[in-house]
Structure formats: C-alpha cells, structure tokens
Design a protein around this ligand. Structure first.
Ligand code: DLZ
Length: 159
C-alpha cells in the first residue's frame, strides 16, 4: 500500500510503539494460546517488551484498557474468552466487554485490539486460540490490528 493514510506496517515504523496486553484469567488453556499469539505478533513487529497484565475476568478488561490508554500507551490489546453457560450471564459479560472496549478506544483515541472470544463451546474457542490444532489465532490478529491502527494514526498525525 502507499499514500499517507496507509503506511506499510513494518518494524521500522511500529517497533517503538508502547503496547499493553491485558488478559483475563478464565479458561486457562485458550488464554495461553491467545496471549502467546498476541506476544508473537508483537515480536514480529519489533515490539519485544510489551506490558502484560492480567485481570480476573473479561468483564474487567475495559477498565484496565481505559487506565492503560490514559497512561500513554499507543495501543492496547484486550484478550479474553467467554463461553456460553446456562444463564443469561454470558450475554451480559459479552455486551459489557464489547461496549466497554469500544467506548475506551473511541473516548481515548487509543486503538484497542479486540481479542475476546465469545463462543458457544470450548471447542469453538480452542479452534480460534492459536494453539497447535487451532485454525485461527485471534490473539495474533487482535495485536496486529491494534498496532496497525496505532501506526496509521501516528502517520496521519505527522506534519
Ligand atoms: C463470572 C464469569 C463467568 C460465569 N464466565 C466467564 C467467562 O466465561 N469468561 C470470563 O472471562 N469471565 C467470566 N466470568 C467472570 C466475569 O468476567 C467477571 O470477572 C466477574 O463477573 C467479576 O466481575
């Protein structure tokens, strides 16, 4: 790609970005895959020392994202797994985290990568977790998207 609004995503233009990864603690195996995927993506982009913090559950991701965005991080990557149970709790957590993270990114202008899996079954989550048998790696995807957006916004702000 070329042009001011669409910079190449290379190590030379994003390796210095300050990135924080926030990861919920529920569903350990899936979360391990998401975190590894996100950290791997950041390494590939030359971001070797991101901040990694853990929060109890996905519902706590937005408040942590807000605090980190306010502290000057250029991008935040939010990782969590919510799996449907037998009550409406799933819907409330999914709604809270989705709206919360969207609000944080819009209010602060800091890109928040959405690496929160909302699945009916654990098998669906494992398939997206970036583990050896997974077909997709949503942690990698979310980290790449957040950094790409931060690099693009920085390029747009340059005189
Ligand atoms: C309570 C709860 C439940 C039932 N399920 C999940 C889940 O599948 N994934 C997740 O990340 N968190 C879950 N939680 C915890 C909530 O996100 C939150 O941490 C608690 O409601 C405390 O605020």
């Amino acid at each position: 790609m070329s042009g001011k609004g669409a910079p190449e995503l290379t190590v030379s233009n994003c390796g210095d970005l300050r990135v924080a990864v926030i990861a919920a603690l529920w569903h350990e195996k899936v979360m391990d895959g998401l975190v590894d995927g996100a950290l791997g993506a950041l390494r590939e982009l030359g971001i070797d020392e991101p901040t990694l913090i853990r929060v109890p559950g996905s519902f706590e991701l937005p408040v942590a994202a807000k605090v980190l965005a306010d502290r000057g991080y250029d991008a935040v990557v939010a990782l969590g797994v919510v799996i449907r149970g037998g009550t409406p709790h799933f819907d409330y957590v999914c709604q809270g985290v989705t709206q919360g993270l969207t609000q944080v990114s819009i209010d602060t202008g800091v890109p928040v990568g959405f690496g929160v899996l909302t699945c009916d079954t654990e098998a669906q989550a494992l398939d997206r977790a970036g583990l050896e048998a997974s077909r997709e790696s949503k942690g990698h995807e979310a980290a790449t998207a957040a950094v790409a957006t931060a690099a693009t916004l920085r390029a747009l702000a340059e005189p």
